[in-house]
Design a protein around this ligand. Structure first.
Ligand code: ATP
Ligand code: MN
Length: 354
């Protein structure tokens, strides 16, 4: 799990070039686990280029062609366009490549140190595009998200090729379904229970879906009771899904919190999978009704079962909690360490609702 802000634009090496059948003007370039379609012969293998990931908000001046001759859109006061996942002539394309020569033109060259992986997000004024927050989720701020609990986050497998297949090649994983909702954390501190959205600690107000759901599933009282019983303070983290959230892909009536992690505030670490299941059982025996996110595989040796990022991405495709719904993807958590990552379904990205 990492809490770093996402590196949306980095300098990368072109690692592979693939022709696209029946296309003579475009081809696919690979950087890490990402494929990007662009003009043929624009880059060679081993060339350095700037790679911008999907969900980057690209300022208009950097890539005016993205607006296709239309007036550019605006996000947080910056005119530009958002990078999405697309399919061009049947080939998946994610993100944008820009020639490294633009750094010269912008006065950013030469860089200090090794250019590979150099983070250009701020220098290029690239922001992460986020969908607007529905009012039922906004709530009233009690405080910042507590500094003593990690924020939930998962890095994309496309950026972790070496880590998955080299550093962690012997790791065994728990694989769960990634639910598409809103991150929610409930924690106990000094005898008081707090409810947080992805980024803020919330006051209990009428109509706030995070608090309402925590009450409905009897999380507040049981979590407090548990911490008294064990003499240990916990934070439980999960995904809030349902009506009005991310287009409610699971077609749920009402709202529901699905747990995916438990953090011991007292000890300062995430519980291992079996400890997590056992605490969850205790909460439910004490009167809570909390479900775990669906477990797709337990004890999977990822680097042995799959040979490439492309294969892992194939595995990410499949049904969700609602068997009629295509899942957003999978989250992989190593048993051995805190290493974890996500594989997002490409067909899910292609049919995005926003
Ligand atoms: P980005 O990584 O693009 O910045 P993001 O930070 O909003 O996007 P997501 O793509 O939503 O993150 O992926 C991480 C989030 O996935 C977590 O913060 C968590 O709320 C959510 N999530 C849903 N299901 C699971 C699961 N089974 N295990 C772990 N996290 C999950
Ligand atoms: Mn993230």
């Amino acid at each position: 799990m990492n809490t770093m802000t996402r590196k949306l634009a980095t300098i990368r090496e072109i690692e592979e070039i693939k022709p696209i059948p029946e296309a003579d003007k475009i081809c696919a370039y690979r950087v890490g686990g990402w494929w990007v379609v662009d003009t043929i012969n624009k880059y060679d293998v081993n060339d350095l280029a700037i790679y911008c990931e999907v969900d980057s908000w690209i300022p208009h001046e950097l890539a005016p062609f993205l607006s296709k001759g239309q007036e550019p859109r605006e996000y947080n006061g910056v005119k530009g366009e958002r990078l999405r996942t697309v399919r061009l002539r049947g080939q998946l394309s994610q993100g944008l490549l820009l020639p490294s020569t633009i750094l010269n033109e912008l006065g950013l060259w030469p860089l200090v140190g090794d250019p590979v992986d150099h983070n250009l997000t701020n220098q290029l004024n690239i922001q992460k595009w986020e969908p607007p927050i529905p009012s039922q989720l906004q709530g009233t701020m009690r405080g910042n998200f507590p500094h003593f609990i990690p924020k939930t986050d998962q890095e994309r497998c496309q950026n972790l090729r070496k880590d998955i297949f080299d550093t962690h090649k012997d790791d065994v994983y728990e694989v769960t379904t990634k639910l598409d909702g809103s991150s929610m954390t409930v924690y106990v501190k000094d005898g008081e229970v707090h409810v947080c959205s992805r980024n803020i600690d919330l006051i209990e107000t009428e109509g706030n879906t995070f608090w309402n759901t925590a009450r409905e599933q009897n999380i507040i009282d049981t979590l407090l009771e548990l911490s008294v019983e064990k003499g240990e303070e916990y934070a439980i983290q999960g995904e809030l899904i349902g009506e009005g959230i991310q287009g409610n892909p699971e077609k749920l009536t009402g709202h529901k919190f699905y747990l995916f992690d438990i953090y011991s505030i007292t000890v300062g670490r995430y519980l291992k999978a079996d400890e997590r299941y056992s605490i969850l059982d205790t909460l439910n025996m004490n009167g809570a009704s909390i479900e775990h996110v669906p477990i797709v595989e337990q004890g999977l040796r990822v680097a042995q079962a799959y040979d490439s990022i492309d294969e892992l991405l194939e595995f990410a495709e499949g049904p969700s909690l609602n068997p009629q719904t295509k899942r957003e993807g999978l989250v992989f958590k190593s048993w051995e360490s805190d290493f974890s990552f996500k594989a997002i379904s490409n067909s899910y990205l292609l049919k995005t609702k926003f």
